[in-house]
Design a protein around this ligand. Sequence first.
Ligand code: PMP
Length: 315
Amino acid sequence: MAQGNPEFIWWDGERRRWEDATVHVTELAWSAVGAVFEGIRGYWNEDREELFVFRLAEHLKRLEQSSRIVRLPMKVSQAELTDIIIDLLQVNDVREDTYIRPLVFTANASARNSPSEIQGSLLVNTSTMPSHLLTGKVQHAKVSSWMRISDNVMPPRVKNISNYRNGQLATYEVREDGYDVALMLNAQGKISEAPGACVMMVRDGKLITPDTTSGILESITRDALMVLAREELGVEVQERAVDRTELYMADEVFTCGTAAEITPLVSVDRYKVGSGEPGPLTTQLETLFVNVLRGNEDRWAKWRTPVPLQSSVRA
Ligand code: PMP
């Protein structure tokens, strides 16, 4: 087993040892272009010695929708995939914050242009991904000159591997220019999202985020934070088109997503956001979110799938 890799991954009907799960090198290219995936997090609760997967059902539903839109058949039901993921976390005896990635790719790339013949191959792997919540991480953002893909070009609401080239171009551009993260405008010139995260801002006490027709992935974190802001903090939430200059005037701006969690943006295009420090609502949401993710409190249990760990399941 290579350093840092789990002992097992799941691939087409069976658990396999990490080093045995290989495809031929000539499969690189079309099989990956035609792949859709999900990125899911498991959070380890040290006190309770329990792992909680965040909003697993919602992620698996989105995977099913992604695969349907690109006409790539999935071989398993959501219930089966739930069991597969829990089994994998158990056999790998995961006791840390973890990223879980189910990926459906084109198994017979030679048939890639014949939708009725395409076969999907499904793999699930897990890897270490420590949370950066409450660590003080902040980023400086720049609006990229690359435009976000749009629904009639490459639908951003599909979690398609190919979509990520668009975000990479933006990332490369802004990193070369000395910034941490890109923000992208859509074809209408409005803010869409970051390459792997959605964007939220606070203006005059309201939480505002681009709506789901702004060229974004329908983010599960974004949804959770909107619910928590409304229901737990009593904050008004608006989903609407957002102008770039609104970010320059905002009191607080942050990105959100499974990997991004909540990441405060302290400047946008070198305009300081608020005081240049993470703002009060962002910090309040971050604290609340940590408790929800880690199961520090019993509320919002419907968003957590507990994974009973037992070292003996490796039968
Ligand atoms: N937008 C893009 C392009 C993403 O890749 C992600 C990460 N999945 C997000 C937004 C955030 O979505 P989620 O909260 O569901 O992870």
